[in-house]
Design a protein around this ligand. Structure first.
Ligand SMILES: Nc1nc2c(ncn2[C@@H]2O[C@H](COP(=O)(O)OP(=O)(O)OP(=O)(O)O)[C@@H](O)[C@H]2O)c(=O)[nH]1
Ligand SMILES: [Mg+2]
Length: 325
């Protein structure tokens, strides 16, 4: 049993350093991301003897096609141009180092800690939101297991009352892993299910409550309003809840992911992002666009369907894994 105490300020979602072998695995899983950014940059540099307007323009195109997004790309190019003008950045080879450092800075500057419950013995409430099929329920399963392995008492709220199968999916998973799941019938009010779950989690002295929600399109205002309601209702029991609002984004959705993040953030302020399916065809740039535009930390990345494939996000390891040759 871990010496976990509710009065400590330690993160309940821990961000432990990953081992070197995991770095290797991460590198392999991020093949597509690496191909686009790192190999793309190497190819680009081979064609240029010095840093000029052409090179910077080609770099701009590369970053945009890697899904980094127009605004973030422009910030990066502006900064690099400035370094060239001030003669800090002289040769093309140094460009990789400068770019890596700018990308890392974007990820680090948005990297805040997870909020903890203020009221003693109250659970940390993690609300998980996102569009259909992004990987919310899978992420909850992986996260719950991870927290359980750290010695925490975890409870789940089956807040996706839209799909009947969603409630059962969570119930079956909960039974198998001995994690209690609070649910009602299909069609029940999601906010009421999550409210009941928090009441129960408080009564039972749970450490963490993770609430699932139905997948919804960020463009549907009535569905987005439901999320605001969940936030309001939780505050009746704990004014600080939810402590963490995690937006799960499928990394293969490309630039649309940024739009999703902006809309969800308006409905309920996000405190973190989980980027799933980075092992697929994703180019990964969206991660930088979200961190830069929203100033919200990436908490976890999904690089596969197995339990261990949900990794706490470490900016340095991630950037190194992308650029390591
Ligand atoms: N390759 C890969 N697949 C993933 C990852 N995360 C989730 N998936 C898969 O994505 C699919 C959808 O996952 P769910 O967790 O059901 O998604 P959801 O957001 O809960 O979906 P709805 O409840 O329908 O909105 C499943 O087949 C998962 O196995 C990942 O990091 N990599
Ligand atoms: Mg789901």
């Amino acid at each position: 049993m871990f010496g976990f105490s509710k009065s400590t300020t330690s993160d309940k979602i821990s961000n432990q350093k990953e081992t070197p072998s995991l770095f290797g695995q991460l590198k392999n899983r991020l093949t597509k991301v690496r191909h686009k950014l790192s190999d793309g940059l190497t190819n680009l540099l081979q064609g240029h003897k010095r840093i000029d307007a052409d090179l910077l323009e080609e770099l701009e195109t590369l970053l945009i096609t890697a899904d980094i997004g127009m605004e973030t790309t422009q910030h990066i190019i502006k900064d690099l141009t400035n370094q060239v003008q001030r003669k800090i950045l002289k040769d093309p080879q140094a460009l990789t180092v400068a770019l890596k450092s700018l990308l890392l800075h974007i990820l680090q500057s948005s990297n805040t800690k997870t909020a903890q419950p203020v009221t003693p013995n109250f659970p940390q409430v993690i609300l998980v939101v996102g569009i259909n099929g992004a990987g919310k329920t899978t992420t909850i399963g992986k996260l719950a297991k991870r927290l359980q392995q750290e010695g925490k008492q975890v409870m789940l709220a089956a807040g996706d009352t839209f799909r009947a199968a969603a409630i059962e999916q969570l119930q079956v998973w909960g039974e198998r892993n001995e994690i209690p799941v609070i649910c009602q019938h299909q069609g029940a009010d999601s906010a009421s299910v999550i409210y009941d779950a928090l009441e129960s989690a408080i009564a039972k002295g749970q450490d963490v409550l993770i609430a699932d929600t139905a997948g919804r399109l960020h463009t549907k205002s009535n569905l987005m309003a439901e999320l605001s309601k969940i936030g309001r209702v939780l505050k009746k029991l704990d004014p600080d809840a939810p402590h963490e609002v995690l937006l799960v984004i499928d990394a293969t959705t490309r630039q649309n992911g940024l739009q999703q993040a902006l809309e969800f953030n308006t409905a309920i302020p996000l405190t973190g992002v989980v980027l799933t399916k980075l092992d697929g065809t994703a180019k990964g740039g969206i991660l930088f666009a979200i961190a830069d535009r929203l100033q919200v930390p990436i908490r976890f990345i999904g690089v596969g369907e197995k339990l261990e494939d949900l990794r706490p996000f470490e900016p340095e390891i991630f950037v190194d894994a992308i650029f390591d040759q």
